[in-house]
Design a protein around this ligand. Sequence first.
Ligand code: GLY
Length: 400
Amino acid sequence: MKKWFLIFFVFSALFATAQKLTAIRPIKGMVRLLEKDLADAATQYAVLAKARPADKFPKTFFPSTGAYEFSNSGWWCSGFYPATLLALYQETSAGELGTEALRMLELLKKEQYNSGTHDLGFMMYCPFSAAKKVFPAEKSYDSILMNSARSLATRFDPKVGCIKSWNSKEGDFLVIIDNMMNLELLFWATKYSGDSSFYKMAVTHANTTLLNHFRPDHSSYHVVNYNRETGAVQKKQTAQGAADSSAWARGQAWGLYGYTMAYRETKDPRYLQQAKDIAAFILHHPRLPADNIPYWDFDAPGIPGALRDASAAAIISSALLELLEYTDSATAQQYFKHAEKTLQVLSTPAYKAAPGKNGGFILMHGVGHNPNNTEVDVPLTYADYYFVEAIERYLSVTSK
Ligand code: GLY
């Protein structure tokens, strides 16, 4: 009896795997298109590298005036440029991109001691985990990442059960949905060091966010303001969205990616369910345009004339291309088709810059902070980073 059960189990598992593999076959020409995207991206980043002042990080570019904006290493996006360079160096072996990446890591590494920001996952984990893969002989990256995790951990408050996102006036404790992304650094720190305290903080933050950041339709608030003394929720609001009650597109993308990653790291089925629920909110939203590039906010005023956000589209694609690994074949196919179409659209001249244009950035039409009127309808380093990551994930899942 046991033997028959085992045989049945093995056959069912093989059948499910085979079903899934047939569900995620690329459409004709897609692999070639994305390989060309990577080659073009490498050409673009060589342009960006030449434009960059020696001690600065690219932030954005304004095509109408030809002006760049650069930042120092403390800006939340400083890690995306070196991380993208490393990915493109690995894909294309273009030596100048590897050299430029190493220069940037050198400028960035002092941020390992920066405890004034929650963005150390973006700033440090993205580039230095990539650097570990590309330059495995270089051992200093592990201690840089451990110090970064220690700095991030100083912002955890056990009373609230969260890492503090933004510093603010006394009595407030502000947590933004984006903060889910920084947990990957803490998960890594426990795996590397064996110190479970980082893992526990990450899980506590994810659980508190699960409880307080989401609405019944599985969309998320951007900011939750907790009482520092009691841990009670004081206010649910927005900073970068159209309204407190609206669904800011990149916030939904961060939530989707964050809970997919948290499931990978914990195997907690509640995180998987949350990721699938967020995916359903996005994919079935009546105001998601047919080409899959979201408006900057699902509730933006002026739809259908509102601006699109290529960064949210890229993050959603990358997240779905991981999430499909954890679902049944019908759901996997749905996620795959959504990501495939999005990458197709991002690869058209409507979003992907012509070689040499767009200041060397890969994608156009990202929306950074619309209510602040900063970085609106411009290239963004994180749109490029998640676009390249999504392409890599697409090429990986379709080659299995
Ligand atoms: N973390 C800030 C943003 O997504 O714009």
